[in-house]
Design a protein around this ligand. Structure first.
Ligand code: HOZ
Length: 442
């Protein structure tokens, strides 16, 4: 380990002390399980502040950030326009529980960028968005079953917590206690990219399935791409069976272009969920679709959904400031180009080190799977050597590069990342992979 790394390691004292206190009042010392680093080992980070592509921990260590608040921070941390918008609104009031024009402004920016969303409802988290979309689908179709894909994660609402990705995959929780079997049994899991399994499940539950919900590019089992025609065929199967097609774009929405990934993938959901980026790093999410469908939601219809802080002016300002910057010419092209540089460099480094691994990527989303073969679904992803990933994660962190603390998550680039960051990351990866090959047991 270099002197700098040794110095960095010894300087983690304040972070450690804070985390030890946090464990006394916060479950596991965290407010979301993946932050406890249980799957990758080592001490969880305590971040003090961030700027651009960098995080700074409580001991002042600078970390090149590839988590980006799980994709929410696409413009880089402490973006000036977002910070100014929040500061300005804070002095005008943070939340009224009454409608403001700011909600209309953010909703308009979203529907202008995603024109097939005739109406949306703004909520405060991705979980609320997907939970509400499924409730709406069940209310409109008067059917109870839903189909989801193994390894996909749609937030932590009860209906989604079986065979789910993200933190459940990270912690090896296949079925979550606390979800009544009567409800869990209404969620039908099938393998991602397996259309025959989808056909079979519809045949076995004829006229009983309210909706299919899918991440168009899976990112919560690590990044797994849809096979050609998978999504279009999935949409056709759902409609042929009278079910709604819900496309969960909480991660992919505004990640792959200024708008929906669906246009790039040739599909159009009956309902779409959004989150993360549309809030500019402040809690905002949304679900939407045709006016005909959405008008079933209260107060126009009987499908109930509400939220005290939904559409809060503080959050709206952050989202507006973020989305206004996503129209910058070349923004997505530059991120995609950097991601391509990173992915091709990682593939070369892995090959040169003779490490069996796959790098899946789409736009500025990527995952290194330490898996023996291609990763096209959750079963493939679970063949990954998670101990190998954990060591890669720790060694890269020791070199000041923060990757997702789980094999079953994605790495995200932001518009603040530079070519020099990519070069630095690839140099570190080569060093780490060579060390892992030379000292496998370390
Ligand atoms: N994949 C999760 C969000 N899409 C990670 C965030 C968390 O669990 O805290």
């Amino acid at each position: 380990m270099s002197q700098a790394q040794t110095k960095r390691k010894s300087q983690r004292r304040r972070s450690r002390e804070i985390f030890e206190r946090a464990e006394k009042v916060l479950v596991g010392g965290v407010n979301s399980p993946v932050r406890a680093f249980r799957a990758v080992g080592g001490e969880p980070l305590i971040i003090d502040h961030a700027s651009g592509q960098y995080l700074y921990d409580a001991d002042g260590n600078e970390l090149l950030d590839y988590v980006c608040s799980w994709g929410a921070i696409i413009l880089g941390h402490a973006n000036a326009a977002i910070a100014d918008a929040i500061a300005g609104q804070a002095r005008r009031g943070t939340s009224f529980g009454v409608t403001t024009e700011l909600e209309l402004e953010l909703a308009s920016l979203i529907t202008q960028a995603v024109p097939f969303l005739e109406k949306i409802r703004l909520v405060s988290s991705g979980t609320e968005a997907t939970m509400s979309a499924v409730r709406l689908a069940r209310g409109v179709t008067k059917r109870d079953f839903i189909v989801k894909f193994e390894g996909c994660y749609h937030g932590h609402a009860d209906s989604f917590l079986s065979q789910a990705g993200s933190g459940l995959a990270t912690l090896g929780i296949a079925e979550c206690p606390g979800v009544p079997q009567s409800l869990a049994g209404l969620t039908l899991n099938v393998p991602f990219n397996d259309l025959q399994a989808v056909e079979r499940v519809f045949a076995a539950h004829k006229d009983k399935i309210a909706a299919v919900i899918v991440e168009p590019v899976a990112a919560n089992m690590g990044v797994v791409l849809p096979e050609p025609e998978f999504l279009k065929s999935l949409q056709e199967i759902a409609h042929r069976n009278g079910a709604l097609f819900i496309v969960d774009e909480v991660i992919t929405g505004f990640r792959l272009q200024n708008g929906s990934a669906q246009e790039l993938l040739g599909i159009q959901g009956d309902l779409t969920t959004l989150g993360k980026i549309i809030g500019g790093g402040v809690p905002v999410a949304a679900y939407g679709g045709s006016a005909e469908l959405m008008n079933h939601v209260a107060p126009l219809g009987p499908v109930y959904q509400a939220g005290t802080l939904a559409g809060s002016p503080l959050a709206m300002c952050a989202g507006i400031a973020a989305l206004r910057q996503l129209t910058k010419p070349g923004l997505y092209e530059e991120m995609k180009q950097l991601a391509g540089q990173l992915v091709s460099g990682l593939r070369a480094a892995l090959a040169d080190a003779g490490v069996p691994a796959q790098v899946n990527a789409f736009g500025s989303l990527a995952t290194v799977f330490f898996a023996p073969g291609p990763v096209k679904n959750y079963a493939d992803a679970k063949r990954s050597d998670t101990k190998h990933y954990a060591r890669f994660f720790r060694e890269m962190l020791a070199r000041g590069i923060f990757l997702a603390p789980s094999q079953f998550e994605a790495a995200f680039l932001s518009a603040a990342h530079t070519s020099a960051d990519i070069d630095r990351t690839l140099a570190a990866a080569r060093e780490v992979l060579q060390a892992m090959t030379a000292e496998p047991a370390a």
